[in-house]
Write a protein that binds this ligand. Structure first.
Ligand code: PEP
Length: 257
């Protein structure tokens, strides 16, 4: 077993307003016990408008739940209407920021080059990127999932130095498994997560690759998480739909029980 602490992160997407966010995080806080946080790191990625509420709750109650944003601007300030910058997120004491989620790539035309700029913006502002990569169904059917995903990784990590890259989190999320109920088999997840670790070793070093946490994401639920987490190169999960149900999310966090 590796000594990487698993990271279970809930991506709320565009769900829960700031009042609902407070109720949800309170439920998580009541349900999670000290030992849960020792076993895994728990994070939530709420919409931007919820972050201040979540911060206040977490600060006030000394909760161990970490939080972050679902996106970041590649720029630190300026005339970029509607965008949210790294300095704004770090001021809110975010730990994480998701970058290159497939919904951003699909609906907002985010390329690997754009993701690279966002990864750099995150590191510049002391935020840990959760870089999302993964293939669509056509690529999977063509058997090209590994080269496709590694090309996304290469693009997003261009000119990112080792001292930053060693703290990144990579989320392997096959697009065909996101929100579809179609979960990748544990072997499918291992194949690509293992290849990602191999590429990190080539790009940087084996030592660095062994430190990086690689999550699987795509229809993770309490019923399938343990088998996925049993894979040697899977170090956590990025959870969408199931993260909106506090009881279910807690069961996922307790995958070892
Ligand atoms: C996601 O949004 O990153 C995700 C994995 O969603 P779901 O768990 O609903 O498939």
């Amino acid at each position: 077993m590796s000594d990487r602490t698993p990271l279970m992160a809930g991506n709320w997407k565009m769900n829960l307003n700031h009042l609902e966010a407070i109720a949800h995080v309170q439920k998580l806080a009541f349900a999670l016990a000290e030992k849960d946080y020792e076993a895994v790191e728990v994070a939530v990625l709420p919409p931007f408008t919820d972050l201040r509420s979540v911060q206040t709750l977490v600060d006030g109650d000394k909760l161990k739940i970490k939080y972050g944003a679902q996106d970041i601007s590649a720029h630190d300030s300026g005339a970029y209407t509607g965008e949210i910058s790294g300095p704004m997120l770090s001021k809110l004491k975010c730990t994480y920021v998701a970058i290159g989620h497939s919904e951003r790539r699909q609906y907002h035309a985010e390329t690997d080059e754009i993701c690279n700029g966002k990864v750099k913006a995150a590191f510049r502002n002391d935020l840990t990127p959760i870089l999302c990569v993964g293939e669509g169904l056509d690529i999977r059917k063509a058997g090209q999932q590994v080269p496709y995903t590694l090309a996304q990784l290469d693009g997003a990590l261009e000119d990112v130095p080792a001292e930053q890259a060693e703290t990144i989190v990579i989320a392997y999320e096959p697009v065909w498994a996101i929100g579809t109920g179609e979960v990748a088999t544990p072997e499918d997840a291992q194949e690509v997560c293992g290849a990602i670790r191999g590429r990190l070793a080539e790009l940087y070093s084996q030592e660095l690759a062994d430190k990086v946490r690689i999550q699987y994401g795509g229809s993770v639920k309490s019923g399938n998480v343990a088998a996925i987490m049993a894979q040697p190169d899977v170090d956590g999960a990025l959870i969408g739909g199931a993260a909106l149900d506090a009881d279910e999310f807690v069961k996922i966090v307790r995958f070892r029980d």
